[in-house]
Design a protein around this ligand. Structure first.
Ligand SMILES: Cc1cc2nc3c(=O)[nH]c(=O)nc-3n(C[C@H](O)[C@H](O)[C@H](O)COP(=O)(O)OP(=O)(O)OC[C@H]3O[C@@H](n4cnc5c(N)ncnc54)[C@H](O)[C@@H]3O)c2cc1C
Length: 389
């Protein structure tokens, strides 16, 4: 077996001091229980208590928002440092924070929020006091998101929102939601959509769990019955929410599926191989996948360095999203296969309950990766449109 093939991009001399600082921080703050929670992560974030604890430690160190500008409490790091930091966290099994605020709505508020929205919402995102969920998809509007029908009507100084959202990750954990609502009709479906920031404690909101194929409760259905949302909580102009959503999705795609999450999956694969000792043929397939992972890391670094994941380049973020999520599934499939019959067994979970093996849960959890943040088919459409121009 040659996991050495899947080595991340080598740091140069000037990065070594930075890495030494990161390693010292991880050695001090990343306790064994947090590492274990990180190792047990199968979905988009670690179990919430550990995710929050890790968020707090990163925040205290000033490292919770590597991609944010310094003026707004971010690290102001170069893309290379962001990459190295993420890789080092992955290599040490750090938990994955519940990061919708840090990864998507925070960056949007920074570029498009009012001064009041910036001063009200950014700091609680950094500190972890506010957790955000994304209310875009509806029962009749997924890939065809512009077909959404949750409506909002102005009444005094508020919008009154009525409708239904679905697949809302973490709606049961979050105290805030950013949502797309219909405020008008235009020639195109994309017109007449408005972007709102909603307090989840508002009267008229109910959250119902949806259990996924891996047995986890990660997402929900959210129902709005006459929910009042202050007009001051609108991001961008009325009926211009689609532009806001497109910008936010670019942030989310480029930040959601980084090679750090792939590196974590790779570590799970290595552990399962060490434990289950699959046959010699497996080594070759693992080596091939390891090469694909190293290539993925190089691609991510190049696109980041060229600024192609933060700007208006839909092709680059679609390329990154499809490549990363499909590789993530491949690594999870290998881990599942490496376990052979052991993958089918039950293991002792929290509070003595029995649960499927980690490799099995990871396998099922990664099925969703090519669906959320736009399916692979939709991203291939985006790339094909660009290429045919
Ligand atoms: C784990 C998970 C978490 C999620 N979290 C959130 C969240 O927090 N907030 C939120 O708003 N949404 C969330 N979603 C929803 C997600 O964005 C949608 O599932 C996704 O956009 C697809 O929409 P859909 O499920 O309605 O499928 P559909 O749009 O009905 O698609 C069904 C199938 O048809 C294909 N298809 C559709 N249109 C085309 C086309 N034009 N060309 C080719 N193929 C096409 C799709 O690729 C797919 O295979 C989450 C989804 C998952 C799985």
């Amino acid at each position: 077996m040659s996991p050495a093939i899947a080595r991340p991009v080598a740091p140069d001399d000037s990065d070594e001091r930075f890495l030494a600082e990161v390693r010292a921080f991880l050695a001090k703050e990343l306790t064994e229980d947090l590492r274990e929670a990180g190792r047990q992560t199968t979905g988009v974030h670690t179990e919430i208590a550990a995710a929050r604890a890790w968020h707090t430690r990163l925040y205290r160190r000033g490292w919770v928002a590597p991609g944010w500008p310094r003026a707004h409490g971010g690290c102001g790091w170069s893309v290379r440092r962001r990459f190295l930091f993420e890789q080092e966290c992955a290599r040490n099994d750090a938990p994955i924070i519940f990061g919708t605020g840090i990864r998507s709505i925070g960056p949007l508020i920074i570029v498009a929020g009012t001064p009041e929205q910036k001063s009200r919402f950014l700091e609680p995102i950094l500190s972890g006091e506010d957790l955000w969920c994304q209310g875009f998809s509806e029962p009749g509007a997924g890939s065809d998101l512009a077909g959404l029908s949750t409506r909002a009507e102005v009444n005094g100084d508020s919008y009154v929102v009525t409708g239904r959202k679905i697949w809302t990750t973490g709606a049961h954990l979050a105290n805030r939601m950013f949502a797309l609502v219909r405020t008008g009709r235009g020639e195109k479906q994309q017109e007449g959509i408005t972007f709102l920031l909603i307090d989840m404690a508002s009267a008229g909101i109910s959250v119902r769990p949806v259990i996924t194929i891996d047995g986890e409760h990660e997402f929900n259905e959210v129902v709005f019955e006459g929910v009042r949302v202050p007009i001051a909580n609108r991001v961008g102009a009325e009926n211009q929410g689609w532009t806001m959503a497109k910008q936010l999705m670019r942030f989310a795609r480029s930040n959601n599926t980084t090679s750090g999450s792939l590196r974590r999956a790779w570590r799970l694969l290595e552990r399962e191989v060490a434990r289950c000792q699959p046959g010699p043929d497996f080594a070759l397939r693992m080596a091939e996948t390891g090469i694909a992972l190293t290539a993925m890391e190089a691609l991510e670094l190049r696109l980041l360095a060229a600024g192609r994941l933060d700007g208006e380049d839909d092709t680059a973020s679609s390329l990154m999203k499809t490549s990363a999520t499909e590789l993530h599934q491949k690594i999870a499939e290998l881990a599942f296969e490496a376990c052979g019959p052991l993958a089918q067994g039950l293991e002792c979970g929290p509070n003595g309950t029995m649960q499927p093996s980690l490799a099995t849960r990871k396998y099922f959890a990664t099925r969703a990766a090519t669906i959320y943040s736009g399916t692979s088919e939709i991203h291939r459409n985006i790339m094909a449109r660009q290429l045919s121009r």
